[in-house]
Design a protein around this ligand. Sequence first.
Ligand code: BEZ
Length: 210
Amino acid sequence: MTIRLGDEAPDFSAETTEGPINFHEWIGDNWVVLFSHPKNFTPVCTTELGYMAGIKDKFEQRGVKILGLSVDPLDSHEAWANDIEETQGNALNFPLIADHDRKVADLYDMIHPNANDTLTVRSVFVIGPDKKVKLMLTYPASTGRNFDEILRVIDSLQLTANHKVATPVNWQDGEDVIIVPAVSDEDAKAAFPEGWKTVKPYLRIVPQPK
Ligand code: BEZ
């Protein structure tokens, strides 16, 4: 199935290390990061899951739930979780889908047969409280992802959703942002009473809203 930005995230039911879930019910009013792992007991995945467990509180502060996926059965996930805690110093503290029949991996097009016909690539989906897909990333199996970048994108997405601002190249939290083009100068006066800097009529800079 081809998923594009703005599509509704496909719903599914799945077994996870924290019990069965129905995805849309589990999302509730939260944002979600759904990310896939090629296989259990592999080195890069082990480091990724340990790191994510260590920064879970940063996702929670932003109202984001974390959901991992690996195409292995539940008992294997449980054994792997012990290794993750032992080697990375962080116990798995979010659910990991046991997608042994690859139902979810197929639904989200996480298996790219020309890369590998059984393992998933490293996919990341950020899904909003409206259940719409906001971000998709695809990394090769051999490259660990940068989850700090995912936090940065979520900050940007939430600024856009809440304040109608966009973020410029290499933006970091606290730096100036850009009023989105869809906001007229008239509407911007109400939204940004302290004013903004017009570099060009289409490039209006404001301090990052709180
Ligand atoms: C890993 O997670 O380390 C990995 C998985 C598949 C291919 C290469 C690396």
